[in-house]
Design a protein around this ligand. Structure first.
Ligand code: PT1
Length: 278
């Protein structure tokens, strides 16, 4: 039997969507209360990071205003922080949401825009939180209309390299930067598959790698199945990513993904069997 070596365990980020389509009806307290109970369930399941978003960024989605986004996210962050010291990520691109979320205890700013606007970048740097910089071609409203690349893998890597540099220049410590190729953000199925197959190449950026494919249409298209029947497909993408060195996997189905990734961690940690001395 090979021995298990402690390696860097793959971490699981659990999605908490506070947009009305996910947590319907009731007043603000009711919404926050439901979301808090859901967060506590994910913590119980063993989640490493909670990703809290108050604005949908799915293909075709539109902006919400800051007051609405604040009302959805800040009370929830406060409520979670009263109960737990779990890592909290805020999925936003609004400076005011970043500032208040970090002030209430969020540890990570998750920006699908990779903090592209200078004022946003400055606020993120000022907050002192870690940041996740994600690749996206176009905007959520129009990104799936005609995604186009000569070489999707090298273009995504180059974009992320530039965003890391911009973040470092703005004063964000390299140790506080995470990158994400942005599955489903201005990419055809073929682009997504090429990125997944070549994910190990993104390790050359030398910062932690986050990926999110859970329940996305890349899985729905392959399986021809609706959102609620994509669990096994989602787990498969998580395993393929983790085997190539992904550090954080963003998912909806936390407990199930943790089991799958425990197998990857065990395989990664096993020591190659030594030949008997002769
Ligand atoms: C992601 C991500 C995210 N995805 C990070 N943040 C979403 N860092 C929101 C589809 O094709 O991958 N990384 N925040 C959700 N966005 C999408 C995009 C949801 C595409 C669904 C699709 O179905």
């Amino acid at each position: 039997m090979g021995k298990r070596q402690p390696t860097n365990r793959v971490r699981v980020m659990g999605v908490i969507n506070t947009t009305p389509d996910s947590f319907s009806d009731g007043g603000q307290f009711d919404t926050t209360d439901k979301a808090l109970r859901y967060a506590m369930q994910l913590i119980d399941d063993g989640v490493d990071i909670l990703d809290i978003g108050g604005e949908s960024t799915r293909p075709g989605s539109q902006n919400v205003d800051a007051s609405e986004e604040l009302a959805r996210t800040i009370p929830l962050i406060q409520a979670i922080r009263k109960e737990s010291d779990v890592q909290i990520s805020i999925d936003t691109n609004k400076p005011v949401v970043m500032q208040q979320a970090v002030a209430e205890g969020a540890n990570l700013i998750n920006s699908i825009w990779a903090l592209r606007q200078d004022d946003v970048l400055a606020v993120a740097a000022q907050s002192g939180a870690a940041v996740c910089l994600m690749h996206m071609q176009g905007t959520p409203e129009t990104m799936q209309q005609n995604p186009c690349y000569d070489d999707v893998v090298s273009e995504v890597i180059e974009y992320l390299r530039q965003r890391i540099e911009a973040a470092v220049e703005a004063g964000i410590a390299r140790e506080n930067i995470i990158v994400d190729p942005g599955f489903g953000f201005g990419k055809t199925l073929q682009h997504n598959l090429l990125l997944l197959k070549s994910l190990a190449q993104l390790k050359a950026l030398d910062v932690p790698l986050l990926v999110g494919m859970s329940r996305k249409s890349m899985i729905g298209t392959i399986l021809n199945k609706p959102l609620d029947q994509r669990l096994y497909g989602s787990i498969s993408t998580a395993v393929i990513a983790a085997m190539q060195g992904a550090d954080i996997i963003r998912v909806h189905d936390v407990a199930q993904t943790i089991d799958a990734l425990a197998i990857v961690d065990a395989v990664n940690g096993v020591q190659t069997q030594q030949r008997e001395m002769q």
